[in-house]
Design a protein around this ligand. Structure first.
Ligand code: AMP
Length: 192
């Protein structure tokens, strides 16, 4: 696994353990020689994960739209900063550069980014692992809701396995290393 894309909050959140987990993930990725791809900002959990990878001598590619360079304060010390024209270009480039996707705690932006790559996995546009790093049970209710969607027959049971979850960075990375994408048939809309 050469590079992992990490989606996460542009805020630090209410619990200092969110920042600690971001730093732990960053250190681990650098140690395992896995490069970080992320949104390029210096703020929030985003800045923390990037700084941790850099501090440990790892490689970080930031991808940020030009209109956001000032708003989210582009991180000044990245290995590479790619400035793109739109949010759509940002997400497409982050996905192309990465071999897997992790969501740390975050807000609407994080949810949207994670569910987009998950949907692309569901459509077999890629076969890369997608995981929620469930720090301090932050994603419990989201995971519950995903299970509810399966129960209510809006998410196919065979697609449920696309969402990897763990509360520890090390264990989630292990799951990524052992990941085998399920064989999914394209959705047959006549049966939904
Ligand atoms: P948030 O989780 O809302 O703090 O945002 C995390 C990252 O997602 C930031 O880099 C935001 O710029 C980005 N973001 C916010 N809204 C969107 C969106 N609609 N689509 C894609 N990315 C977004």
């Amino acid at each position: 696994m050469k590079r992992i894309c990490v989606f996460c909050g542009s805020s630090v959140g209410a619990n200092p353990r969110y920042v600690k987990a971001a730093q732990e993930l960053g250190y681990l990725m650098a140690k395992k020689n896995i490069g970080l791809v992320y949104g390029g900002a210096s703020v929030g959990i985003m800045g923390e994960v990037a700084s941790a990878v850099l501090k440990e001598g790892g490689n970080v590619i930031g991808v940020i739209p030009s209109f956001m360079v000032e708003k989210e304060l582009a991180h000044p010390g990245l290995s590479e900063l790619k400035i793109v024209n739109s949010m759509h270009e940002r997400k497409a480039l982050m996905a192309e550069l990465s071999d897997g996707f992790i969501a740390l705690p975050g807000g609407f932006g994080t949810f949207e980014e994670f569910f987009e790559v998950l949907t692309w996995g569901q459509l077999s546009i890629h076969t890369k692992p997608c995981g929620l790093l469930n720090i301090c049970n932050y994603y419990d209710k989201l995971i519950e809701f995903i299970d509810h969607s399966v129960k209510e027959k809006f998410v196919k049971p065979e697609c449920r396995v696309l969402v990897l979850t763990d509360s520890e960075p090390e264990k989630l990375l292990e799951q990524f290393e052992n990941y085998q994408a399920p064989e999914l048939k394209l959705l047959d809309l006549s049966k939904t």
